[in-house]
Design a protein around this ligand. Structure first.
Ligand code: NAD
Ligand code: WQD
Length: 344
């Protein structure tokens, strides 16, 4: 059985990916320092899959502990590296925290890989590297725009660190860089989902928390953009679709199918939806009202971005299949489940 290390495996995308890996017969080792997740996520994973993955509460910035971990779990074949801090606003206030956490973690792992003979590496990158693309839908070869935040910069620099490292030692590594668009939704069982910390910055958790009454009103940031209804457009992708792409990526490397030592894929649906479209679809499919008001633009927001996922579809052999309706239903079911848990 092939063994995969999943850093950040109790987090939002990581936990959904662990479920898909276990379902496909992989043995999973999770490393997470629980800085933005809860150890109870392991219960959810176990309920869904019947398997409790190995878990180590380790900070990836801690080289010595990571070295010991690799020695303890022999024969790790592949790594999916999710562990990172991801709050854009916080990164502007605490840039060094972001550079240290996101980049030192990455450097440690890349350094330890040849020592422990682990060759396959999947990296969580982001559509944020494209900024506001000149051409839509955006393809993988679109120019990388100057980062809008230290967080975004860690993804750009992270990609470069991976390319330089592999260029210097191609026999020791192969990597797949995955650029996520906007992951939303939760597992269909509602046993795992997104656990936002404090007041959510992202749209969907704010929508679900408003629908359930934790927040009074959603603020729609701007209706004067150059889009059909004036609100911003994004490529929202079901987190389970996203998770499945990671399994495909790991298998691709294990089966020696990669066309080069570093491959980069957009993970999106190819469909752009506006904030107002998300809002009205959410209300319709869940039969619930979401009070909202239109306010001014949020600083740093991109007007519109959606993926061209052709390369992921044709080369990787993966395609997002969930409808937006189903995705928004799953987000609502998860919010309701969370609410029941906290009031019990
Ligand atoms: P998340 O915060 O839910 O998960 C990240 C996990 O990593 C958390 O469980 C956290 O505790 C852990 N972690 C953070 N720093 C760590 C460290 N130094 N050592 C060990 N564990 C650490 O975030 P997510 O939404 O699941 O994102 C996963 C990855 O995908 C991140 O790299 C993020 O930047 C990237 N990404 C996310 C989005 C998004 O919209 N959610 C979009 C593009 C890219
Ligand atoms: C989506 C849309 C908002 C909240 C951010 C990061 C990016 C990536 C994903 C990791 C925008 C609007 C939001 C609200 C609103 N993360 N909105 N009211 O901005 O596309 O990307 O998360 O890499 O790096 O920047 O996602 O969910 O914050 O916003 O109107 O209360 O919803 O203006 O148009 P975004 P988001």
């Amino acid at each position: 059985m092939s063994k995969v290390l999943v850093t950040g495996g109790t987090g939002y995308i990581g936990s959904h990916t662990v479920v898909e890996l276990i379902n496909e017969g992989f043995e999973v080792v999770i490393v997470d320092n629980l800085s933005n997740s809860n150890v109870a996520v392991l219960d959810g994973i176990e309920k869904i899959t019947g398997v409790r993955p190995a878990f180590e509460n380790i900070d990836c910035v801690d080289y010595v502990s990571m070295d010991r971990m690799f020695a303890k779990y022999e024969n790790i074949d592949s790594i999916i590296h999710f562990a990172a801090s991801k709050a854009v606003g916080e990164s502007v206030e605490k840039p060094l925290m972001y550079y240290r956490n996101n980049l030192v973690s990455l450097i440690n792992i890349l350094q330890l890989m040849p020592i422990h003979k682990v060759r396959n590496f999947v990296f969580s990158s982001s559509c944020t590297v494209y900024g506001q693309p000149d051409v839509l839908p955006v393809t993988e070869d679109a120019p990388i725009k100057p980062a809008m935040s230290p967080y975004g910069n860690t993804k750009q620099i992270g990609e470069e660190i991976i390319r330089d490292t592999i260029h210097a030692a191609p026999a020791s590594y192969q990597s797949i860089i995955l650029r996520y668009f906007n992951p939303i939704g939760a597992h269909s069982t509602a046993e795992i989902g997104e656990l936002p910390n404090g007041v959510p910055n992202n749209l969907l958790p704010f929508v679900t928390q408003t629908a359930i009454g934790i927040r009074k009103q959603l603020q729609v940031f701007g209706d004067d953009y150059d889009t059909p209804d004036g609100s911003c457009i994004r490529d929202y992708i079901h987190v389970v679709d996203l998770a499945k792409a990671h399994v495909v990526a790991v298998k691709r490397m294990l089966q020696g199918k990669s066309l080069s030592n570093v491959e980069t894929f957009n993970l999106g649906t190819g469909r752009g939806l506006s904030v107002l479209e998300i809002l009205t679809t959410f209300e319709k499919v869940n039969e619930v009202k979401v009070p909202y008001k239109i306010v001014g633009r949020r600083e740093g927001d991109i007007e519109k971005v959606w993926a061209d996922p052709t390369i992921a579809n044709e080369v990787l052999g993966w395609k997002a299949t969930e409808t937006v309706e189903e995705t928004l239903r799953s987000a609502w079911a998860w919010e309701q489940k969370l609410r029941t848990q906290t009031t019990n």
